[in-house]
Structure formats: structure tokens, C-alpha cells
Design a protein around this ligand. Structure first.
Ligand SMILES: [Zn+2]
Length: 318
């Protein structure tokens, strides 16, 4: 097969891995292909949907907006507990860099991560999201100042950020290098870039194939392995300092979603599944239980450096 050039090496030659559709949110019945570049082995969605088409695959409320009910309070508590891995990773990076300045979270969604970071050490934070609704929710619900923009055209001065975080952003972009180039400009000399993506070299992908939720067809345009992330960072002028292959928020829950997408709380909300409050609470608890049962496997694959997500700390090459 040949067609669009690979975003990493520009080779048009690809090998078909499998076909898949939007299993999680069911925004479309259209079938997509997942292909691997014959030259550099980068895995990607093929062919790439146009920006207008891609927009249709992001349901409104793609981020979490807590309401006042008991189930939402429980979910908000759960989200705070499982975000601690991310907080600890970023806090260590900030301590070791010692640069002062704001932390910019790209793809901030409802702003919970930045809210927690600001609560813990009073640091200045700012969010960025390409959704106006997300930026609005970040400010209104989480008290996090946020702008609606792409990072390449963000209204920030060069060399001002102590850290830039991108959790599950790069895999959604047509040109992830443009975001890393922009981050390179915005970071202070010893500032830190923290990137997290699903890891296409994980055991879950090997075992579950197109049922692995990390490929999230058709919203993920690129499915990175660690080596792909390394090459991209290197190409954009960054050196890697540290990896983490386990995330309490993403790895066990991701496996639960892969095994039972119909229980995923976000999927149920976005699919408008009708549930009584009691049914909702029951399904939430079943989902948390399934994530709990997934813990040993996800720990093991992460310990073998094949976890279903990779978090990377990097800094500018000197
Ligand atoms: Zn390639």
C-alpha cells in the first residue's frame, strides 16, 4: 500500500495492521485503517480524516464536568486520587529544574490537574485547550486561567514557562513536531517538558489488538512507541531525562475500558446512555473494580517497560 507520506519520515509505503471503528464513543460507524510505516515503523490512522471530519469525532463534553450529585462527587474524588502520579512526576521535574515561572498545561480540559498543582505549592498555572468550552470550564469550575488556542499560536512570550505539560495530546495532532517546536520556544533555558502518550509497544496492544483503547480510533492520528517519542523529541531539540511507564489514572482504567468499553464512565456519558442514579453508581463501581483487577497486570507490564502509557521528562539540549 502507498499513499499519504509518513509524518515522521515522509515515506508513503505502509503495511496494514488492522481495521477499526470508534469503539468507545461510537461517534461514527465508519471503518478506519491502522497502518505501520514500512520505513520507520510509525503506527498511524490511515487515511487521515480532514480537520472538519475529525471535529465530528470529538463529542461535546469530551472532558469531565462534575455536577452536584453523589456519583459525580465520587468520580471527582476518584479523579483526584488517580492524578497523583502525574503531580508527583511534574513536581519532581520542577524541583530539579529550579526555574521559576508558570506551568502551562496543553490540552488542559477541565483544568483539574492544574488546580491540584496550584493547591499543593501555590505555583502559577495556565491552561490551553483547542476547545473553548474546555477553557471556559477550566476557569469557571477549577479557577484555572485558560486560553483557547493551538500551542503554535498561543499568546505567551518566549522563554517564560518553567514547565510545559502535554498529557495525551501529541497522539491527537496532525503535526506533533509543531507543538514540540512551540514548547521549545516557550520554555526557559532549564525548563522542563513533560509528555505523556499511550505506548503502542505495550503488552495490552499485543494481546488486545484493535480492542486496546490506547489507539482510540479515530481520535488518535499517531500511535507512538517509546522509540518514536524519543526520535521526535530529539528532532525538536530535546533530551530525555526520565521515563515512567505506569500511571494510576491511565493504565488500569485504560485496561478496564479496553475490556468493557460499555462501563467506561466517559463513554456512557458521551453516548447518552440512560441510567437511573443507582444504575450509574453500580456501573461506576463495577468499572473501578475492573480497574482494580487490572492493577497487577498493568504493574507487571510497566515494570517490564512495556506499560500502556509513557510519561517522559525532557529539557532543551544544551
Ligand atoms: Zn515513517
Amino acid at each position: 500500500m502507498t499513499g499519504e507520506p509518513c509524518p515522521a519520515c515522509a515515506s508513503p509505503a505502509v503495511r496494514l495492521l488492522f481495521s477499526a471503528t470508534d469503539r468507545l464513543y461510537q461517534t461514527t460507524a465508519k471503518v478506519f485503517q491502522i497502518v505501520e510505516c514500512r520505513n520507520c515503523r510509525l503506527i498511524r490512522l490511515y487515511p487521515q480524516p480532514s480537520p472538519t471530519e475529525l471535529g465530528q469525532y470529538y463529542p461535546p463534553d469530551y472532558w469531565f464536568t462534575p455536577e452536584a450529585g453523589a456519583a459525580d462527587k465520587l468520580e471527582q474524588w476518584y479523579r483526584r486520587v488517580v492524578l497523583r502520579d502525574h503531580l508527583h512526576f511534574v513536581e519532581r521535574a520542577l524541583r530539579e529544574s529550579e526555574e521559576q515561572g508558570p506551568v502551562l498545561d496543553v490540552g488542559c480540559g477541565g483544568g483539574l490537574f492544574l488546580q491540584m498543582l496550584a493547591e499543593r505549592d501555590g505555583r502559577r498555572v495556565v491552561g490551553l485547550d483547542f476547545s473553548l468550552d474546555a477553557a471556559h470550564v477550566a476557569w469557571r469550575r477549577s479557577g484555572v486561567p485558560a486560553v483557547c488556542a493551538t500551542l503554535s499560536r498561543a499568546p505567551f512570550a518566549s522563554s517564560t514557562c518553567a514547565a510545559i505539560t502535554m498529557f495525551h495530546v501529541l497522539e491527537h495532532l496532525y503535526d506533533p513536531g509543531s507543538y514540540l517546536d512551540a514548547a521549545h520556544q516557550l520554555l526557559k533555558p532549564d525548563g522542563r517538558l513533560i509528555v505523556q502518550v499511550p505506548n503502542a509497544a505495550c503488552w495490552q496492544f499485543l494481546i488486545l489488538g484493535e480492542r486496546w483503547n490506547g489507539i482510540d480510533v479515530p481520535r488518535h492520528l499517531i500511535d507512538f512507541r517509546q522509540s518514536d517519542v524519543d526520535s521526535l523529541l530529539d528532532h525538536c531539540g530535546f533530551e530525555v531525562l526520565r521515563y515512567k511507564h505506569f500511571s494510576l489514572r491511565d493504565n488500569p482504567a485504560g485496561m478496564a475500558t479496553s475490556l468493557a468499553p460499555g462501563l467506561d464512565p466517559m463513554a456512557r456519558r458521551l453516548r447518552h446512555v440512560s441510567e437511573t442514579p443507582r444504575q450509574r453508581l453500580c456501573k461506576d463501581l463495577m468499572y473501578v473494580a475492573l480497574a482494580g483487577l487490572s492493577l497487577p497486570f498493568t504493574f507487571l507490564e510497566a515494570a517490564c517497560r512495556a506499560g500502556s502509557t509513557i510519561m517522559v521528562e525532557a529539557r532543551k539540549k544544551s
